[in-house]
Write a protein that binds this ligand. Structure first.
Ligand code: ADA
Length: 583
């Protein structure tokens, strides 16, 4: 039996007063920090809501980077000596050190993936106390250590306690797929107890499967449903799947069946050719920050639908709510761990590609990402990195290991990588699909980042700023020569920035009109190359971006959105809609 105790809601919160050294996280062997003690007088601690980001807790936390503490008490009833207890955090940015009843329970790094800590023996009957130390300092951040989006700080996704008693199933991994028109479901998990029968039911059609777990309780099996409905973005048909054991249901979710493969060098969804009319999505809500809420997601995804978008690429693993909504509304999704923009110089040794701690962490991010995403038909590509220096001598082994791990964990998705301006090295060999990120028509014009370019006048008339994509075509041709022929290509990033509300008759740089022109020209240009199977404009909305300096244009925000940060449609939105809906 499994019981779930929701730990969202009201917590107490404070920032740590003394500056903790960045290497002072390993608290398990040393003393317990005073903030973790249940008995501490906490009259200065603020009452806050969880999940949230701390920039919502007051002006002084708006850009705060440092260590903060969260705590709360909760009551547990019906504990027995054999009760297994575990706490699950769906997302804490960046590092979490967890203490239960004053004792260390474990830690986790990486902002966008979930982790579960076994707290059996720490949880007691009656009143309990949990404290979480959260550190978001860039100095401790291994991936990404370059930040093209704001990492925020805090417990930004759900938290809950699970209590397992008697016989139970746990760590269920359910992967549905369409194989030759038949719905196939792979089920893996852990069973405590001896062999028994696991019940699987798809829309009430049930199958009973005898399982004999190994010494660690692990089991796996497959079931088939020949009549299962096909899922696609145009017709996102979902069915209800339950997995039960001993009269108790442990999995109850909508699932969908589709296949997504490479056939003759092109992407095929359910064995039919498929073009991805995509956008990148760096989630950032003016109201909720990093917290993915039903209302913000539904608004953004509805606007994507309105623009004719059928595919979304994200820079990091998303909240379950996002995947659920993509399943329901019909989007094809590319997700990736935050192996992001890491570019050591070629002569640098012992880089994050080679250091054991950072390799382990990248690999565990990928595992955690797949654990959460595998049941969703919308997720079709696992990226293994974005704009890293793949030509660095230590890079290829790192990516080889990562690609291997991803395939072993879930062979039903394609493996991709988003390369910077055709910097593809040998990585093509490891992939099923490659992405090219490039901003022709943009960064080549504003490379001094002041963005200043006088408007040219000709015979008293202002000359519209042209978009010249000669270099883009050259980049595609050169990349194609370096890549295996079997590999479909996607444009995984392109675009320009525009100041929302800045309109110009000269289409000059930073205007919505020039931005719209780049978007339209790039989608059209992509169609000149048969190997390009789709485009992901960057990005669907404007968002907070610490890389973007205050230069009179950017003001700390990335302005590549089709929508402004406040979600007003910009001119590029209409250009994208025209390009994506044109037959
Ligand atoms: C890169 C990066 C994006 C974003 C973009 C930009 O391509 O992958 O996250 O930062 O640059 O706006 O320049």
């Amino acid at each position: 039996m499994k019981r779930i105790l929701d730990l969202n809601g009201q917590w107490r919160f404070i920032h740590e007063m003394e500056m903790r050294p960045t290497n002072n996280h390993n608290l398990t062997g040393g003393g317990i920090p005073v903030y973790a003690y249940p008995q501490l007088n906490r009259r200065d601690w603020q009452l806050v809501g969880v999940p949230d980001v701390w920039s919502n807790y007051g002006a002084r936390y708006e850009i705060y980077e440092g260590v903060c503490w969260y705590c709360r008490s909760f009551t547990v009833e019906g504990m027995t000596e054999r009760t297994k207890a575990q706490i699950c955090f769906k997302g804490v940015t960046y590092r979490a050190d967890v203490f239960v009843n004053g004792k260390p329970a474990g830690w986790h790094e990486s902002s966008y993936t979930e982790f579960t800590l076994d707290v059996t023996g720490l949880i007691q009957e009656g009143e309990n106390f949990i404290a979480v130390m959260v550190d978001n300092r860039p100095l401790i951040t291994k991936w990404p250590n370059d930040r093209g989006y704001f990492s925020y700080g805090g417990i930004h996704r759900d938290v809950f306690l699970e209590l397992l008693d008697g016989t139970w199933l746990d760590r269920l991994e359910v992967t549905p797929e369409l194989v030759d028109g038949t719905g196939e479901i792979e089920v893996r998990g852990v069973l405590n107890g001896k062999s028994g029968s696991v019940e699987v039911a798809l829309d009430g059609e049930s199958r009973s499967v005898g399982v004999a777990p190994d010494e660690e309780g692990r089991f796996s099996f497959r079931v088939s449903y020949p009549g299962a409905a096909e899922w696609s973005p145009e017709c996102p048909k979902l069915s209800r799947l339950t997995v039960s054991y001993d009269g108790e249901t442990y999995f109850d979710h909508p699932v969908g069946f589709r296949s997504f493969k490479v056939k003759d060098g092109a992407l095929a969804l359910n064995s039919r050719p498929c073009r991805l009319n995509g956008c990148c999505y760096v989630y950032d809500s003016p109201r909720y920050g990093l917290v993915m809420t039903e209302e913000q997601l539904r608004y953004d995804l509805s606007e994507m639908k309105a623009a004719g978008v059928n595919a979304i690429r994200t820079h990091y693993p998303m909240d379950d709510k996002f995947y659920d909504m993509c399943d329901e509304m019909g989007f094809l999704v590319w997700i990736e761990p935050t192996v992001y923009c890491y570019k050591p110089s070629l002569d640098e040794k012992n880089t994050a590609f080679a250091r054991q701690d950072s390799v382990d962490m990248a690999y565990s991010m990928a595992e955690e990402m797949i654990f959460a995403a595998r049941r969703h038909p919308s997720v079709v590509i696992y990226g293994i990195g974005n704009e890293c220096n793949v030509e660095h001598p230590e890079a290829i082994d790192f990516f080889r290991g990562l690609a291997k791990l991803v395939r072993e964990k879930d062979g039903t998705r394609l493996v991709g990588f988003a390369a910077l301006y055709g910097l593809v090295g040998e990585i093509g060999e490891l992939l099923d699909v490659i992405g090219l990120n490039s901003y022709w028509g943009w960064y080549d014009k504003i490379s001094d980042v002041t963005g200043y370019k006088p408007i040219e006048e000709k015979e008293g008339l202002v000359r519209p700023e042209p978009v010249d994509l000669t270099e883009f075509h050259r980049m595609v041709e050169t990349s194609l020569k370096k890549l295996p022929e079997r590999l479909p290509i996607l444009l995984t990033e392109f675009g320009a920035d525009s100041i929302p509300g800045y309109h110009s008759s000269a289409d000059d740089l930073w205007s919505e009109e020039y931005h719209a022109k780049v978007v339209k020209s790039m989608v059209e240009a992509s169609r000149c190359h048969s190997r390009i199977n789709g485009t992901f404009v960057f990005s669907f909305t404007d968002y907070t971006d610490p890389c973007k300096p205050f230069n009179g244009y950017w003001r700390g925000q990335n302005l590549k959105g089709m929508l402004s940060y406040q979600r007003d449609r910009k001119e590029p939105f209409y250009a994208l809609r025209e390009a994506y809906t044109k037959k």
